[in-house]
Design a protein around this ligand. Structure first.
Ligand SMILES: NC(=O)c1ccc[n+]([C@@H]2O[C@H](COP(=O)([O-])OP(=O)(O)OC[C@H]3O[C@@H](n4cnc5c(N)ncnc54)[C@H](OP(=O)(O)O)[C@@H]3O)[C@@H](O)[C@H]2O)c1
Length: 188
């Protein structure tokens, strides 16, 4: 796991659930973290939760409170963060909300909220960091959850294979993309 040592990993949704688990694990491998979510109290709690997994004294955890669906504010916060602490070597998009039901039972406002956060939020975050990451020749991996629930895009994290969707088509030359799908009929 030496690969992650001193790598700077940005994790949206790093204050809870999947994002928090990934944060703990990568911190225990020696990575530096920038965790991103809306609620700053939850972010600070996550920082306290991750801190015991530190393996070297120079490691840091930074918390950024911002809504990934707000592209203007995200742009301001992320560009400032990259100026101060550098671009990510690895980006993990795990911010998301979930709505599990048949499509016909999901009201427009709920569907809209999921799309704004899970889809556009992922797009917004990638758009902010991609130019800087491309210089490093990024590896990307995608998650696409079923049930309109979430998109997670992971750079250089081969072992979290769920499935890939059309986000793989967004990949640009110079960035290796990989995807697979456990759902019959879903594009990989
Ligand atoms: N749990 C599963 O089994 C599973 C499996 C596959 C995929 N997924 C999908 O993966 C995503 C994460 O799941 P999870 O279980 O880790 O959820 P979770 O425990 O609820 O965590 C969601 C994280 O995203 C953040 N977040 C939500 N909306 C945000 C926004 N607009 N801007 C910035 N951060 C935001 C939350 O913090 P704040 O609320 O403070 O912003 C929190 O840190 C979801 O979309 C889910 O559908 C989940």
């Amino acid at each position: 796991m030496g690969y992650y040592k001193n790598k700077h990993v940005y994790i949206t949704g790093g204050s809870s659930g999947i994002g928090l688990e990934i944060a703990r694990k990568l911190f225990s491998y020696g990575a530096n973290l920038t965790i991103i979510a809306r609620n700053s109290a939850k972010l600070e709690e996550a920082r306290r939760n991750i801190e015991p997994f530190k393996v070297s004294s120079g490691q840091f955890i930074r918390c950024l409170s911002v809504d990934v669906s707000d592209s203007a504010e995200l742009s301001r916060v992320i560009s400032q963060a990259m100026k101060e602490f550098g671009a990510p070597d690895i980006l993990i998009n795990s911010a998301g909300i979930i709505t599990c039901d048949y499509l016909g039972n999901i009201p427009y406002d709920k569907f809209d909220a999921v799309m704004k956060i899970n889809l556009y939020g992922t797009r917004n975050m990638i758009a902010e960091v991609l130019p800087a990451m491309k210089k490093g020749g990024a590896y990307c991996h995608h998650f696409l959850n079923g049930r309109i629930s979430g998109y997670v895009w992971i750079y250089r994290l081969r072992h979290f294979k769920i499935c890939a969707g059309w986000f793989s088509r967004v990949s640009e030359r110079g960035i290796e993309a990989e995807g697979d799908s456990p759902y019959p009929g879903m594009p990989a």
